[in-house]
Design a protein around this ligand. Structure first.
Ligand code: NAD
Length: 369
């Protein structure tokens, strides 16, 4: 049933693991939404989330199809392993449910496009999660770049240096698998910083990259570096790892011929823009998330995402991060994987579906020592 304007949106959680409470708390904080259903193949997990965060009578499901048949559910958060997002989302769209989908939107471009098409075809909203985009500090940096405050943009870099332990990788059978995680340091963690770089700098035209598995005993990359050229002519670096101590989270550096800005986590630590007043530097988002999985992850950005989707439903508008926006970072990561697989060859964007595949160079080190 369609949701009328100002009617509370009944929310369902699909997947009740690590990130699910962040969505549940966000739903609690948004007046126009209420948590009415939780679904997980592990009943205890769904029950625990429903008890802790749900409205009285919050339903518990272990079968997604059954939850999607529940008329109280108007919108869902997809919090399952990344390679299941599109399959879950297509089912939700076909059942007429609006969708807030965790990052990455899926792990192949074809799967993401199938989800985008299903949402459009069934007239439901599809929003992607990239909470760092929602912070004022990110918006300020983007605005400064777009309005020419830094002059001609020369370089834009995204450094995503995280720490993830062996225990983290062992904590779920889907983690660090090509099929369900879609990659490692870039597809799971670095995707946030790559999205932010694209949000601030615009699209990438071509890149060269190397991916390696240097420390962790995993099938996917734990470290990757790419040299990139943006459509606006600037150059830059993308660096992602989950194997350094201490994890430092994400840093974006942008410099033009008239100024430089550094966004460290969610804090603007350098605002060297001669034409400008000093700016507020702290945004209080999820500082600390680089150190270990979900450590310090606040729900502030997710509150904005939930509120945005509610408003998009009420006003029949596009969400702030529609499917095609959430797709961009995945395409860049796929280009990085392709370049690495080809020994660092230049890869031009956009990619075709045939370019999909893992990121480790055949000749590069996998973890075999
Ligand atoms: N935005 C962020 O900062 C952030 C942080 C952490 C995770 N994530 C994303 O959230 C997603 C989930 O990550 P996680 O760490 O919570 O994983 P998790 O393994 O802790 O949770 C996934 C849950 O999905 C359940 N599940 C699997 N198949 C299901 C099905 N068919 N139906 C219903 N439930 C099913 C599992 O039983 C598990 O409880 C991933 O895509 C990840 O990238 C985003």
């Amino acid at each position: 049933m369609a949701v009328s304007k100002n009617e509370v949106v009944g929310w369902g959680l699909i997947g009740c693991g690590v990130i699910a409470p962040t969505h549940a708390k966000a739903v609690q904080k948004v007046e126009g939404a209420k948590l009415v259903a939780c679904c997980d193949v592990i009943r205890d997990a769904a029950e625990a989330r429903a008890t802790e965060f749900g409205e009285a009578g919050c339903a518990v499901y272990t079968d997604l199809e059954k939850m999607l048949a529940d008329p109280n559910v108007d919108a869902v958060s997809i919090c399952t392993p990344s390679g299941m997002h599109s399959a879950n989302g297509v089912m939700a769209a076909q059942a007429g449910k609006h969708i807030l989908c965790e990052k990455p939107m899926d792990v192949t471009l074809e799967a993401i496009d199938a989800l985008i098409a299903a949402a459009a075809g069934n007239n439901v909203k599809l929003a992607g999660v990239f909470q760092r985009r929602t912070y004022d500090s990110s918006k300020k940096v983007r605005e400064a770049v777009r309005t020419g405050k830094l002059g001609k943009i020369v370089v834009g870099d995204s450094y995503q240096k995280y720490f993830r332990s062996h225990e983290y990788y062992a904590s779920g059978a889907w983690r660090a698998t090509w099929d369900l995680d879609g990659g490692g340091a870039l597809m799971n963690q670095g995707v946030h910083g790559i999205d932010l770089l694209l949000y601030i700098m615009g699209d990438i035209k071509r890149l060269n990259a190397r991916c390696r598995t240097l420390v962790r005993n995993i099938a996917v990359e734990d470290t990757a570096v790419a040299s990139v050229e943006f459509v606006n002519g600037a150059l830059g670096v993308i660096e992602g790892t989950t194997s350094v101590t201490p994890g430092m989270g994400g840093k974006i550096e942008v410099s033009g011929d008239h100024g430089t800005i550094v966004l460290d986590g969610d804090n603007i630590t350098v605002w060297d823009v001669p034409s400008d007043e000093a700016v507020e530097t702290s945004d209080g988002g999820d500082v600390g998330a680089g150190r270990d999985a979900a450590a310090g992850l606040g729900e502030k950005g997710h509150v904005t995402h939930v509120a945005d989707l509610v408003d998009a439903i009420w006003n029949d508008r596009e969400p702030e991060i529609p499917g095609r926006e959430a797709r961009r970072a995945v395409e860049v990561i796929k280009a990085i994987y392709l370049s690495s697989r080809r020994g660092g060859e230049t890869v031009e964007l956009p990619l075709s579906y045939d370019d999909d595949g893992p990121g480790i160079d055949d000749r590069g080190a996998s973890w075999d020592w």
